[in-house]
Design a protein around this ligand. Structure first.
Ligand code: NAD
Ligand code: GLY
Length: 373
């Protein structure tokens, strides 16, 4: 394992969107420090959006820090879980904003994982046609991926993240200390999105993850801070070139076309998003191999790492036809033709079409229990 310096615990990553640029602050003792929020827009009201699990853990610390800057602090507590990433739950945020006569300068703070972050961002994008918001991600998945880059959304029963907007936060606060209360299953789910950056962009990072997996899984703060920093650097580099996913940004969806089909096919929340993405990456890597792009040894290497991260590598048996139907409802689809993020060569990815019959073979192979590593 590479020696990691404790200085890695305090890092900033910048994300360049011109006059909408912002800072991703990474470290410990950030969430509860008033200085973290000193440069944010001033307003009468700050509204913390959180859920029934995260609220009791971190809401008071955040509210105390924010009280140095905002005279009024309101809190909206949402039900917890992917199954609640809906219009009904989104409306709870709008209800609270209107009941408290929050004006157009109000700043929203998303305190929680990707579900809270995606919904708060969408509420911020649309309340009074747009108010500022801050991401305070408390899961590994949200710190390495969902809080950065401005995708906001809710689910529709027919498709994942189908209703949403691109809307950038004013600041992202990744307090590594919050990961200490995260259940092991959720930490593994976050590792799926960390691993993703290796095969699509950075083989040296893939090597590093393999060498530091035990430290990451045991909650080593320095290792986690480095994983968050490197993931955010890669994501910031990609999304600052292609904010609205007209090209390059799609590579960040490696494993997600299969993964989203698993999530909606099983019912939202049955498999965690990161679990579905982990298994989806195995399927996407196999498809890349079948298309003649990468060697079986790289598929095996990636599958082994995903398994070692505590993630599933065998898909649920929904049937290939059902997978294909579910995958046609994907934002990358055009005219019913599904597009997949594939690995062109280790460390580089692109988006391609593939024949249904070949995809069906990959799905059948990937859902057989004897394919487990
Ligand atoms: P999540 O938000 O459901 O959080 C996972 C669980 O951990 C929840 O039960 C939550 O209450 C709990 N939790 C959160 N922080 C905790 C903490 N510090 N201690 C204890 N428990 C804690 O799930 P997630 O994995 O963070 O995010 C998944 C969501 O993110 C999905 O809806 C996915 O579509 C979305 N996503 C969005 C993007 C994007 O670019 N916007 C990217 C990736 C994923
Ligand atoms: N999580 C994929 C993206 O932000 O584009």
């Amino acid at each position: 394992m590479q020696t990691l310096s404790p200085e890695l615990l305090v890092q900033d990553v910048a994300i360049d969107f011109g006059d909408r640029s912002y800072r991703i602050a990474i470290g410990t003792s950030l969430l509860n420090n008033p200085d973290t929020y000193a440069d944010l827009p001033r307003a009468t009201c700050a509204v913390i959006v959180t859920n029934t699990t995260v609220g009791p853990l971190y809401r008071d610390a955040l509210a105390t820090a924010l009280s140095a800057h905002y005279p009024q602090i309101h809190t909206v507590v949402l039900p917890d879980g992917e199954a609640h990433k809906t219009w009904q739950t989104l409306n709870l945020i709008f209800d609270a904003l209107l009941e408290n006569t929050c004006d157009r300068h109000t700043v929203l703070f998303a305190l929680g994982g990707g579900v809270v972050g995606d919904m708060t961002g969408f509420a911020a994008a649309s309340y009074m046609r747009g108010v500022p918001f801050v991401q305070v991600p408390t899961t590994l998945l949200a710190q390495v991926d969902s809080s950065v880059g401005g995708k906001t959304a809710i689910n529709h029963p027919l498709g994942k993240n189908m209703i949403g907007a691109f809307y950038q936060p004013a600041l992202v606060v990744c307090d590594i200390a919050t990961l200490a209360s995260l259940p092991a299953r959720e930490l593994s789910a976050g590792l799926a999105e960390v691993i993703k950056y290796g095969p699509i962009n950075d083989l040296a990072f893939l090597d590093w993850i393999e060498g530091n997996l035990d430290a990451l899984r045991s909650g080593d703060r320095v290792a986690l801070a480095y994983a968050v920093k490197r993931s955010c650097e890669i994501k910031a580099w990609v999304v600052s070139q292609d904010e609205r996913e007209s090209g390059l940004r799609a590579i960040l969806n490696f494993g997600h076309t299969f993964g989203h089909a698993i999530e909606s096919g099983m019912g939202y929340g049955t498999w965690l998003h990161g679990e579905a993405v982990g298994c989806g990456m195995v399927m996407a890597a196999r498809l890349s191999e079948r298309l003649g792009l990468i060697e079986p040894s790289f598929v095996q290497r990636l599958t082994q790492l995903i398994a070692n991260a505590g993630l599933p590598t065998v898909g649920p048996q929904l049937g290939a036809a059902r997978y294909l139907d579910l995958m046609r409802i994907d934002k990358k689809s055009e005219g019913g033709q599904i597009k997949f993020v594939v690995i062109d060569q280790p460390g580089s990815a692109s988006v391609r079409k593939a024949p249904d019959a070949l995809v069906a073979e990959v799905i059948e192979q990937s859902c057989q229990p004897d394919t487990a590593v």
